[in-house]
Design a protein around this ligand. Structure first.
Ligand code: SF4
Length: 233
């Protein structure tokens, strides 16, 4: 029995970044990303925060600056690495259920007096688009019925910065429409194997380019030499 289509925010982001790369790495698996430092660092951070909140273990020195924030969250109802599954009609189901159309994991979710707080830890470079927080905020109404406001935040661990965003009910309604449309587009493209390449400076980090297999990127002036120079391989 084949698994029905489902999406996560990172899969959607990968697909929208370049559908050809997404197909090569995630669907056909003909190419693979190299480099694991970022992933290992992210895993260590998540584990340390989980141990602090769930077992009261001290934070490592690199995370001590977030002790006040985490300390106040520890006092209210919260979930660490909260995994969710959302059906197509934006109702809640189990994360691994067949009808879990949108699947995700919120690094930290807390509920206080009808407001929900979402935190996502970031180990990479800072960006301004709150798209991932918007996807989680769209799911929050199914997870916490009667929620008023969603207060969402990226925490940029490399630079010790935070980006706050507040989403009201009307915004979350719009997010649900937007993500439904985007996920439908992705589903149809996968079914039709319509994987258009989309060049950007991220091509330098793409294994398809690094293997010399992307004509579109080469035509647009991206080269393996540039990838080596940028430290991408
Ligand atoms: S090199 Fe660029 S255009 Fe080509 S598959 Fe990779 S990301 Fe897409």
């Amino acid at each position: 029995m084949t698994t029905p289509f489902y999406w996560s925010f990172s899969a959607l982001q990968d697909f929208e970044g370049c559908a050809a790369r997404y197909a090569a790495v995630k669907i056909d698996k003909t190419h693979k990303f190299s480099g694991t430092f970022q992933k290992n660092f992210g895993n260590d951070v998540h584990k340390a925060i989980e141990m602090y909140l769930l077992a009261g273990k001290p934070l490592p020195v690199t995370l001590e600056q977030f002790e006040a924030l985490l300390g106040s969250i520890a006092k209210i109802s919260h979930s660490v690495e909260y995994k969710f599954g959302i059906r197509r009609d934006w109702t809640l189901t189990k994360p691994g259920a067949r009808d879990a159309w949108f699947r995700g994991s919120i690094d930290l979710a807390a509920l206080d007096d009808g407001d929900v707080y979402i935190i996502d830890w970031k180990t990479g470079k800072k960006w301004n688009k709150p798209d991932q927080l918007a996807a989680y905020a769209a799911a929050v109404d199914a997870i916490y019925p009667d929620v008023k406001t969603v207060n969402a935040c990226y925490v940029w661990l490399k630079t010790n910065e935070m980006s706050f965003h507040v989403f009201d009910k009307a915004q979350r309604d719009e997010f649900r429409k937007d993500f439904s449309w985007r996920a439908d587009y992705m589903e149809k493209a996968i079914a039709a194997r319509d994987f258009k390449p989309r060049t950007s400076k991220l091509c330098l980090w793409c294994p398809v380019l690094q293997a010399g297999n992307c004509v579109t990127a080469t035509d647009d002036g991206y080269t393996i030499e540039q990838a080596k120079h940028a430290g991408a391989m």
